[in-house]
Design a protein. Structure first.
Length: 321
């Protein structure tokens, strides 16, 4: 493994974008017959790493045909515009609900500032670079593009976000899943195998749609999934069951709080209740798998996800009401 990228099978390389911590956020480089594509980009700060990985394959920026974010959350698409400036032949291939945010990212940046605060948004994401509209291709269900003769097929996969698609790569019998199949952090690998945590960040979580999307991914009997957080995973039936079981437990907690109401404590109290409940769900699942890491270490790895997932279910409660 290179210091920040690892070549997998089937012409696929996983690139650590350097966002947050090592092996947290990935971009994938696909190479076929001298042509290349990136799936997800990380943030602006990842662009030098992506270009370096491209050079390490003996390729130039003119050899890249496509940049394909799975969705427009900035850990997946924040670097799209800056990267596209360096790739003169590349087209942006994106879900139709996300295209406008890449062409004019002002509203997207406003949303990021609202969730994270202006200081954190500036520190972690910088300013998004717009992509010219004439370089943008929007996808539709079942659409296929060719990369050096290699077919990549798109599936509309809401649940985490309505602007999310996944990419089926027949050559590897694998899906590039973005956040639709959850998050698998290498440091949480257990004696029973990898552990998957749901991703229900604001503002478009949909339990029913997420179940349907995961079932669609499994229906083609994939051999592997390529997760943005993080890397290639197998043991897919077990991971899917664990993922959806936790999602359903989270929804049940949220519904219970909605039935009880705020009890005079307000949304802030509800948010803390969600965080405590989600921590218990995740930590209990890890303990059942034989994870021996102490609670402080688990909180260090999962704390941000607990916070964002609680925000997402809070939005979901309010929409349901």
């Amino acid at each position: 493994m290179n210091s920040f990228f690892e070549r997998l099978d089937h012409g696929i390389t996983v690139i650590d974008t350097g966002f947050v911590r090592p092996r947290f956020d990935a971009s994938y480089l696909l190479v076929e017959n001298g042509r290349a594509a990136f799936v997800d980009t990380g943030t602006n700060s990842a662009v030098p790493r992506l270009l370096a990985a491209l050079r390490a394959h003996g390729l130039t920026p003119r050899d890249v045909d496509y940049v394909i974010p799975t969705h427009v959350h900035l850990d997946h698409a924040g670097g799209v515009g800056l990267l596209m400036q360096q790739l003169p032949q590349a087209r942006l291939v994106i879900h139709p609900r996300g295209a406008r945010h890449m062409i004019d990212p002002a509203a997207l940046m406003d949303g990021v500032r609202a969730v994270y605060g202006a200081e954190v948004a500036a520190r972690d994401y910088g300013e998004l670079v717009p992509v010219p509209a004439d370089r943008v291709v929007t996808t539709e269900e079942g659409m296929v593009i060719e990369l050096g003769g290699r077919a990549l097929r798109f599936a509309d996969t809401p649940g985490h976000a309505r602007h999310h698609h996944c990419i089926w790569d027949e050559a590897s019998a694998g899906w590039f899943t973005g956040d639709t199949f959850g998050l698998v952090y290498p440091e949480l690998h257990t004696p029973a195998g990898p552990y998957v945590v749901p991703a229900t960040a604001p503002v478009q979580f949909d339990q029913v749609a997420l179940h349907a999307s995961v079932e669609r991914l499994l229906a083609v009997q994939p051999r592997r999934m390529y997760l943005t957080h993080y890397g290639e995973v197998r043991d897919l039936q077990r991971l899917a069951a664990q993922f959806l079981r936790q999602v359903d437990a989270m929804v049940e907690v949220a519904r219970g709080l909605a039935r009880k109401g705020s009890q005079g404590h307000g949304a802030g109290h509800r948010h803390e209740q969600l965080k405590r409940a989600f921590e218990d769900i995740y930590f209990s699942e890890l303990r059942r798998m034989g994870c021996a890491l102490d609670d402080d270490v688990l909180q260090g790895v999962l704390g941000t996800d607990i916070e964002l997932n609680a925000q997402g279910l809070g939005v979901w409660i309010d929409k349901a009401a």
